[in-house]
Design a binder for this molecule. Sequence first.
Ligand SMILES: Cc1cc2nc3c(=O)[nH]c(=O)nc-3n(C[C@H](O)[C@H](O)[C@H](O)COP(=O)(O)O)c2cc1C
Length: 472
Amino acid sequence: MPTRPAPAEAGSSTDGAGGAPSSKRARVAPAVPVAPYSLLPADAPALDDVLAAAHAAGRKCPVPFRTGLFLAPMVRSGSLPTRLLSLQYGASLVWGPEIVDRAIMGCTRVVNEDTGLVSFVKDEKEIFTTHPVERKQVIFQLGSANAAWAYEAIKFVTAHDDVAGVDLNCGCPKPFSTIGGMGAHLLTTPDILCDVLRAMRRAAPPHVSVSCKIRLLPSREETQALVRQILRLGIIDNLTVHCRTKEMRPREPALLDRLREVVEIVREETGGKLPLCCNGDAWDWNEAKRIMEMTGVTSVMIARGAEANPSCFAPRGVSSIADEVAPQYVRYAAYFNNNFGNSKFCMMQFTLKPSSNFAPHAPVLPNARSKKQLSEVRQGMERAKTIEEMAQVFGVDVEAVRAAKAEEILAPVRKALEAREEGELKQDQELKKATERGAEISQETVAAAKQEEHSAAPSVQEPAPERPIVVA
Ligand SMILES: Cc1cc2nc3c(=O)[nH]c(=O)nc-3n(C[C@H](O)[C@H](O)[C@H](O)COP(=O)(O)O)c2cc1C
């Protein structure tokens, strides 16, 4: 079987057509000036009409943003096999990797009749792939700083009902994103950010959600002003906050206590109706639950935890990479003929550690392989040049996988999704309780903090002391 071309996402060096410059060029090229209000096609529906029709139809966002653990958008790492594994292990929504507007514009949509795979292809490059099994859970993330291009890109990607929602990346600090005015650069150009969101809402059908993912700004006031401006558009269905500023590196602890400043504005502007998702340093289900209890947010998004082990969404702790997760990854990758370079990259990010979660004191998994055995697995992975060689490391029969029917391959994902739809999952109920506890605690704490501020109000205006949402 021919090897599939590498998917072209923001930041990928194959993304020539997509307008994201290669990292080499990105370091030297000057910032591209961006027109604040680009013209949409004459037949684009007016936003007021779109919103009025949605209101008249009693539109409710069909995407379950309210409670759950979500797979974060991740360039390269968020390709289809990782998303399927995340759903299988308990993620309730999965974001695709950021794709730049011009990369998706002009693609051809190709459906593989045997596997059901839907690919958006341009110049023989796969720009985005998805499968109907994730149709209700997958969020397409757009990189854009141009309303006209955003409109066209979203119109195209939602035309065949392949995705549940579309999201605007307003948080990526990497030069390939910010250089075009996209990603985290949008945090400093809120008018453009809002202009793009409006265009996305005008382009997407009403049953497709529109959301955005931001970072914190340096000060509380700046963050609150930005969030207020976004919420006043009245068009987003979910807001995700990566609790770091643009300047912060991933190794610096996320500023989870600063989420409160966003919670306050969401309460003020929407009465708490807008789902707010917290992102940053949630490495697995237990950590996510702790963050919900601490902040009162209703949902948590995980990136690096899922990159290291996509079973991190499971409440029972992560599963063994060598024995369970990697073999399953190989099955999905082989069946959907995922580009081998991408599959190998993703698999090399896996943490082979034999413990049941990422904490250093975590108990070792029963029947875990020894360090020496795991090092042999790692060496085998490094040597693999084809999916067949990779499959051999994990004892997977690629020919049998390819001969299987899509239902057989996708059975673990379907089972997980059906259990969720029937509301049977104890893990969802537990998360809900954690959120409710968190919401109560945060409400009490905010009220107490306000009262304290009031009674001890300084005669000269001084900034109120920052305090975490939960008082230990
Ligand atoms: C490999 C990788 C790729 C990423 N790509 C994107 C992206 O395409 N869009 C985006 O909004 N954030 C992207 N991020 C940021 C993550 O979505 C997330 O905000 C960040 O890693 C913090 O979450 P964590 O602490 O759980 O890792 C990426 C992060 C990583 C590690």
